[in-house]
Design a protein around this ligand. Sequence first.
Ligand code: ABU
Length: 912
Amino acid sequence: MFVSTSWLLLWGSIVWAATAEPVTLHIGGTFPMESGSGGWAGGEACLPAVQMALEDVNNRLDILPGYVLNMTNHNSQCQPGLAMQQLYDFLYKPPTKLMLLTGCSPVTTVIAEAAPVWKLVVLSYGGSSPALSNRNRFPTLFRTHPSANMQNPTRIHIMEKFKWKRFTILMSVEEVFVTTAKDLEALARKKGIRVDRQSFYGDPKDAMKTLQRQDARIIVGLFYVTEARKVLCQAYHHGLYGRRYVWFFIGWYADTWYYPPPEEHLNCTAEQMAAAAEYHFTTESVMLSRDNLPAISDMTGMQFQERLTRHFQKETANVGGFPEAPLAYDAVWALALAFNCTRNNLPSHIRLENFSYDNKIIADTLFQCVKNTSFRGVSGKVMFSDSGDRIARTQIEQMQGGKYKIMGYYDTTSGDLEWYNKEQWLNGRGPPPDSTVIKKHAMTVSNEFYYPTIFFSVLGILACVLIYIFTQKHRERLVIFQSQPECNNILLIGCSLCLFSLFLIGLPSDDISVPESLFPFLCHARVTILLFGFTFAYGSMFAKVWIVHRMGATENQQLASRQKDELKPLLSNFSEKEENTPWEGIRTLISTMVGRQALMRKSSGQAYGALLEKRNTVLNQPISPTKFYVIVAALTAVDIFVCFVWILIDPLHLTEQKFPLFTPADSEEDEMIMPVLQQCQSNQQEVWIGIIMGFKCLLLVFGTFLSYETRNLKLRFINDSRFVGLAIYNVAVMTLVTAPVVTLLIHGKVDANFAFISLTVLICTYISVGLIYGPKIRHIIKVPPSADEVQQNGNTGPAVMSKVDQKRYDMLRKENETLQKQIEEKERKIHECRERLEQLTMNSETEDMNAQLLRGSNKQLAEDNMTYSTATTLTTTIPLIDLQLNGTHPGQIYANDNDDDRSSTSSDEILL
Ligand code: ABU
């Protein structure tokens, strides 16, 4: 009974409403029919959609019975200033509007900000700006258009999918895009993706240049379609399209948006624009329901689209706002349902049509009704969040061959990406890199340098081993026995170590790479091996010249003290003269440092050496190898200490020196090469290098000095001292030249650096080993072992006298002959004087006169002797002095020399 009564009442009211004059409810609407100076011209499709919805609502008896909806609309041109004027029209021109419909973000912003003053609810079908979600700023705004922020999670998801870690946002300076960009940037930062931002107002030319300079590859464009065309045209002119670039545009542009309209006067043809637009992606919220369930209007999304399409004569892809039309249609339904709800919820004495701009009750009821709206629309489920936003899925499309193809959908709420794997890339290769791929190229020693060096190093090490075996086999031979073989063995070890260090110094080479974990080990290994190799090799030679010098000094001191008194008057003249020269001062100073004052005068190097040879002195005594070991050990101890402290407090580690990028000639990919020099570096590298180099330089200079000083000294038991001296000169010159060149001039040139170091090491080791062992090996091969016995017995013959000694011998003989002649002349004069004296005596005139004559003659004789003693050789002087003091006949000198020669002949005379 009660049910049937209710039905009757409802039906009665519907019939009454249908037959009675309906009450008109007025709403205001702004539609951007064209984009003016840019913006969204969505009114072209949205206005017909709204009109269609009004018609449908008005035709429905169950919604707002007894009411009819009427809309006053204006073309806002998406311009906020114009929209403000239109708002005043709505407000101050009757009838009173109950609600406002807006499209395009700038317009929605100004209207929604002002509308609360007049207690007006604003419903936006086309405002995507994230700024519109601010409830404080827009307290009465609702929108069926999803916020532009909805696409940002989708964009980030795609970036991650294609492994892009960097992208650039290019946007026009509009609040809608600025706020979208901010949100996108914040999301990207959370995901560890680097974002650069470039904005422009009107003309994007400069911004495009910046993009080019910044090497932007993945670009998200946020701008209205007019600017989008300008950007695309500039992208074409700046070459920012094609294989290396991926553009993301907003998805609500018309499908053929990139064709340049003549009125925009773009400097690009349709073909150029199409070329630049190919393979770009778009993201946009889904705005049309694809399911087959009918919406509140009894239409499915597709049916709505078909119906709307019939309104247009042209291709709907080119109709502005066509994608958003379902949102506009649903906005009217939302508004109608809210009115319906308000009407039902208002107190009985307040009627909806009595709304005025100060009626809080109706405004609040209406606000609550809109907020609680929930229905199935042609755009999908329509409901509003607390901030008034619409929640929707995002659709991703790519332009392939001038047509948009759906790539997939992203559900922002669940975070699920539905991807169809239909994406395409230019040239068929995968997604391009997000920036120029910079490939590090370790600067390694070229094989052309490394392998020859290794060949000669191996050869050198082999030679050292063979020489060692050879000398061990012939160690009884005098030439080996008297050359300090133990010391020479250290030289061989040192040279082998130096040669081996070249293997490590040349790493990494073209063929042999070194893992980074092993680099510190390699760094320390090559420094220490080369250092110890040098100390062993050079130290063994240095030890020899040091000992030769010390023994020479000792012997000379003994000799000097023995003959000091005798030689003093003769040597004083020229000694004093020489000591005044700077060189002599240095010599004296260094000699003093050595320990003893080595009075090795330059009176005659050759003669001095010969003199010492002829005497059975300390120079001919055997020398203990311990002396050499001690010197080498001392030098090694210094190295060990320095290396230990260095490694302990400031270890070497791998550092990379980067060089300018270059593009590889043969690469099709978007890559550049960055040469990187891997170096062993300490924090205080210069200090350590300074300490080591300083010490080694001192040793080299000092060794050179000692070699020079002892160049004429021959010790029987260091028979190769002269060759050691030569080897030291060679090592000193090579090392002192190479060190600054390598450290200062060709630093950073791997091949040149390695070549210089290897050449120096190879030359020094080969020459040192060659000089010290070459003559010995030659002698052992040429001279039979029996010759050693002959030499030891002192029975040396012309066959074994060296050319140098032969010359020296001839020279001495000639000198002695000359002197003999001079002495004979003097004797003749003395004889004459005596005869004269005798005659005078016979005359017996005065004894005093005779005595006077005799004194005069002796004085002349003494003066003459002085004249000869200032001649160039000490050797010559000494026999003369001997002759005078002992009264020996000069002819005996030669005989004595021969005797001495016999007694002192040794292997060094054979060699030297
Ligand atoms: N889908 C069109 C959005 C236009 C705007 O927000 O201004």
